[in-house]
Design a protein around this ligand. Sequence first.
Ligand SMILES: [Cu+2]
Length: 159
Amino acid sequence: MQARAVAILTSLAVAILVAACGTGGSASAGASPTTVAGGPLVTRDAWVRAAAAGGTSAAYMTITNGRVAPDALVGVSAPDVTDSAGLHETSSDSSGMTGMKPVDSIAIPAGGTVALEPGGYHIMLMDLKQELKVGDRVTLVLSFEQAGVVNVTAEVRAN
Ligand SMILES: [Cu+2]
């Protein structure tokens, strides 16, 4: 009886050790894009400015990276509405002149939120194939360094 109890305790201890190893293994994988309690990569409030066919528009949203590794938005397309989409940043120079320029990527820090908003980072949509009317929905195809390709549905809003 005594010996049997010891045997059970021993196998229990082995099970606990194995479980502990498993936990240690996933924790040390923190350098790879493992999801954490905060969740994966999430986009919110995606919208596109209404515009005429042949014109130019921009898309905005907030991106939250719930992962334990930094990520970056490295590309965008919106094949339904344009063959010419890109990442832009609006900024003003020392003289107060405002302009915008293409950027290669937008960093999304681990656990951080980045806003694409008027006056800052945005997704530029040029040479629109069709009019973007208020209430329409546009599919944006975002490419992230770590999270890969993420499709986002953006609603067209007035200026
Ligand atoms: Cu722009």
